[in-house]
Ligand binder design. Structure first.
Ligand code: CAA
Length: 374
């Protein structure tokens, strides 16, 4: 897809920020496994933490395509900041935008979209990963308040999340129809994050548990109707998968950029037809992934069904992304395994893209159901 002038201008703005402010820190954040509040706040200042959210709710009022472009540009230099941006926007802001009342939007969406507060999203549990409907966290209505008990796991930005949409079951016998969506705020008694995971990649972002122990939240913290939580979160994931695809694409593009630089600096590699063919394949797959992602973003902006295209975009971008990053490491030879070059970090960061927001196997199930019918 050829970008419009306004999208190109926006891309340049984000690229400028990513290359000049994020890239110089990405190696250190990865090495030290350190999250950067400074970069988070800069993203907020630049209006990047609520790109597709309307201005009246604190966002930039731009479209999903702009958002995908931003995630790609940040991911191109730093997967960790890319996932922070994607999880904050798609998973924390979006379900509130989708299902929140005006009052809830004012209370939670505005500070999230302005970047004044950090968001996270509580879906995954120890026994409910791919099978999201198996949610075990319970929500019991007692005197107009919900009492929440359970544990969420592998939550991006869980450690820092201040406003956290999550799901819990009000009636396990109803399976997904018993699941409701809620919002919990950091500091609520009985709600605490567990320890940060020591991860293979995306080390400059937090991944942690969320623990609910007799945590009492007002009834007004429920998003949407009782029993609607599973659908709200599935719709949220449709959009989230576009951003994970965009991040996979950005990381692959970063690995490709590094490979081109390395080949240009090594005359023998540049002359090798084998290497030329490899670069041609990398570039082609990246362009194809970009097409799918931009298409899915446009479908979302037009309010058209996007489940199939979003799953395809995420599946394809993450799988070719792993291939591109792996070849980028090989192309650098032994040096590719060292942190003198960024490609080993890109390879480690890319792996999550095949797992988070639904594994490749889940995307194939989603696509097949859309193609064949349920
Ligand atoms: N939009 C709207 N509704 C949807 C929907 C969608 N995309 N997908 C399903 N639904 C509805 C169905 O219509 C159905 O509704 P009814 O019963 O009223 O007809 C209901 O939801 C149940 O649908 P299914 O029967 O398809 O549900 P299922 O139990 O078979 O599971 C699944 C479907 C696609 C496998 C789902 O469990 C899933 O997506 N699993 C993966 C979960 C996931 O992606 N987790 C990632 C966590 S977040 C994360 O990783 C963030 C991070 O940190 C990076």
């Amino acid at each position: 897809m050829i970008l419009s002038e306004s999208h190109k201008k926006f891309q340049e703005k984000v690229r400028d920020f990513a290359q000049n402010e994020v890239a110089p820190l990405s190696r250190e954040l990865d090495k030290e496994a350190k999250f950067s509040w400074e970069l988070f706040h800069r993203m907020g200042e630049l209006g990047l933490l609520g790109i597709p959210i309307p201005k009246k709710y604190g966002g930039a009022g731009l479209d999903t395509l702009s958002y995908a472009i931003a995630v790609e540009e940040v991911g191109r230099v730093c997967g960790s900041n890319g996932i922070v941006l994607a999880a904050h926007t798609s998973l924390a802001c979006y379900p509130i935008f989708l299902a929140g009342s005006e009052e809830q939007k004012k209370k939670w969406l505005v500070p999230l979209a302005r970047g004044e507060k950090a968001g996270a999203f509580g879906l995954t549990e120890p026994d409910a990963g791919s099978d999201a409907a198996a949610t075990k966290t319970t929500a019991k209505l007692v005197d107009d308040k919900y009492v929440i008990n359970g544990t969420k796991r592998f939550i991006t930005s869980g450690y820092i999340g201040e406003i956290v949409p999550f799901v819990a079951t009000e009636d396990p016998s109803k399976r997904h129809h018993g699941i409701s969506a809620f919002v919990v705020e950091k500091g609520t008694p009985g709600f605490s994050p567990g320890k940060d995971e020591d991860k293979l990649g995306l080390r400059g972002s937090y991944t942690s548990e969320l623990i609910f122990e007799d945590c009492v939240i007002p009834k007004e913290n429920r998003l949407g109707a009782s029993g609607e939580g599973f659908k709200i979160f599935m719709q949220t994931l449709d959009g989230g998968r576009i951003s994970i695809g965009a991040l996979a694409l950005g990381i692959a593009q970063g690995a490709f950029d590094a490979s081109l630089k390395y080949v240009r600096e090594h005359e023998s590699l540049k002359r090798s037809q084998f290497i030329q063919g490899l670069l041609a394949d990398m570039g082609t797959y990246i362009e194809a992934a970009r097409g799918l992602i931009y298409d899915a973003a446009v479908l979302k902006d037009r309010g058209l069904p996007l489940t199939r295209k979003a799953a395809m975009a995420k599946l394809y971008a993450s799988e070719i992304g792993m291939w591109v990053c792996s070849k980028a490491v090989e192309l650098h030879g032994e040096a590719g395994l060292t942190n003198r070059y960024p490609v080993e970090r890109f390879l480690r960061d890319e792996k999550l893209m095949e797992i988070g927001e639904g594994t490749s196997e889940i995307q194939r199930i989603v696509i097949a159901r859309e193609i064949l019918g349920r």
